[in-house]
Ligand binder design. Structure first.
Ligand SMILES: Cc1cc2nc3c(=O)[nH]c(=O)nc-3n(C[C@H](O)[C@H](O)[C@H](O)COP(=O)(O)OP(=O)(O)OC[C@H]3O[C@@H](n4cnc5c(N)ncnc54)[C@H](O)[C@@H]3O)c2cc1C
Length: 397
């Protein structure tokens, strides 16, 4: 019996399990292979939907699903928090348990989450759309009460997931207050540690004029040091101070705590992987995908998905007696909503720089289609569409 363990039932973990369950269905029926997902949560949330919940008042229940309805037949679920992984002896342990779960293959897809410990004072006043649907819903309740004031939005620290999301929040706040007829009463300022409004020059060229047209201010090369909640000030490491009434900052993110201090992760706990086949450096049968890797690419669901497909293909090939030949191209594709039913996309690979794509209603519609098919895509229902859309970036073989 080959035992495959997956930690995390999010965007990366679920598609990996679905693809493996499909390719190894015969072996699962014959009890030659088992697939088990470990996750502490009974529910999954469609994280890109946090923006809609926070800035358009979408019902948070609409972006939440129970995990048991998302896994493919033959995949086992263990609702526990993983506390320890031993790659050399191939076992993991869950919180408070002495039992060792052995595995032949391991896939770590434990994501990333806001780390408020890094910036003093940030948690107290921040309206956070990177944690969960509940917090995002609180934002909508709070912005509904704002009639005037200074809004500061942007990036409080690196890394964080979904690179365009802070810009999207600036555009969505602008749209919200324009629709309320209150835009002249609120000042919106975007802050970023980068030296331009968007880190990739091609996208910056596209969105900078929109910032100007919509009168959204910006302060670049601003590395947030701490927030003084009594004085309502954000202080940068460069010595600048900004006044605010309302804060919508994206905090720096952290990895799962059990990964910190392991020999297979870097000093911040991000897992060191091969950028092409995602195996954990020096452990050929263990892999990490999605936000939790140390790859210098976007932390985004698209990456988690394409990486999961590569890893699942290689494991299934090996179990079926073939060679592991599938490779990830580093492809990213994150949508960036620019407000009023328009969007652009951040598209690039390891070898191709980010493209310049003008915002359009067509792009916005494509984003909406992705939202509609999200849950089904975790089951692997739309792999034909992914293959068609991503072409040579679906995987290399
Ligand atoms: C506001 C916002 C907008 C976004 N927009 C986009 C977008 O437009 N396009 C895009 O591609 N991506 C977008 N993303 C990013 C995307 O949601 C994530 O990058 C993606 O979910 C990462 O997948 P993952 O599998 O790595 O982690 P996740 O989907 O976060 O799943 C990680 C899972 O691991 C579990 N876990 C963690 N630690 C443990 C442990 N110790 N034991 C057991 N289980 C554990 C968690 O409970 C969780 O279920 C957005 C994110 C946000 C917040």
């Amino acid at each position: 019996m080959k035992k495959i363990a997956i930690i995390g039932s999010g965007a990366g973990g679920l598609i990996t399990s679905s693809k493996l369950a499909k390719d190894l269905s015969k072996q699962i029926r014959n009890e030659e292979v088992s697939i088990t997902i470990f996750d502490r949560n009974l529910e999954q949330e469609f994280q890109p939907g946090y923006l809609e919940v926070a800035f358009r008042g979408t019902d948070p229940a609409k972006i939440i699903r129970r995990v048991e309805g998302l896994v493919s037949p033959g995949v086992k679920l263990v609702y526990e928090n993983v506390e320890k992984v031993d790659l050399a002896d191939r076992y993991l342990q869950t919180e408070g348990s002495k039992e060792k779960y052995g595995f032949d293959y391991l896939i770590i897809s434990t994501g990333s989450s806001p780390d408020y410990k890094q910036i003093s004072g940030l948690r107290e006043d921040n309206m956070d759309f990177h944690t969960d649907a509940y917090n995002s819903n609180l934002i909508y309740q709070r912005i509904s009460k704002i009639k005037s004031g200074r809004i500061v939005v942007g990036i409080a620290g690196l890394p964080y997931k979904c690179p365009p999301s802070p810009n999207e929040s600036a555009f969505m706040l602008d749209e919200y207050f324009r629709k309320q007829g209150l835009r002249d009463n609120v000042e919106i300022t975007y802050i970023t540690p980068f030296t331009r409004i968007y880190s990739a020059e091609s996208i910056n060229e596209v969105i900078e004029p929109i910032y100007e047209k919509r009168s959204i201010g910006s302060v670049t090369a601003f590395n947030t040091d701490y927030v003084d909640t009594d004085r309502k000030e954000i202080n940068s490491m460069e010595g600048e101070t900004l006044k605010y009434d309302y804060l919508f900052l994206t905090p720096p993110h952290k990895t799962a705590s059990f990964l910190k201090g392991t020999e297979f992760s870097d000093e911040d706990g991000w897992v060191k992987v091969d950028r092409r086949d995602l195996h954990i450096t020096s452990y050929g049968d263990s892999f990490a995908i999605g936000d939790t890797t140390n790859l210098p690419i976007s932390k985004a669901g698209v990456e988690a998905h394409l990486e999961g497909i590569v890893v699942a293909n290689n494991i299934a090939a090996e179990i079926n007696g073939m060679e592991r030949k599938y490779r990830f191209t580093g492809r990213t594709q994150c949508s960036m909503e620019t407000g009023f039913h328009k969007a652009t996309f951040v598209v690039g690979t390891y070898d191709k720089p980010v493209e310049k794509i003008e915002p359009s209603t067509m792009n916005y519609m494509e984003k909406k289609v992705m939202e509609k098919i999200y849950w089904g895509s975790l089951h692997g229902h739309y792999e034909w569409l992914f293959k068609y859309h991503f072409k040579e970036d679906y995987f290399q073989d």
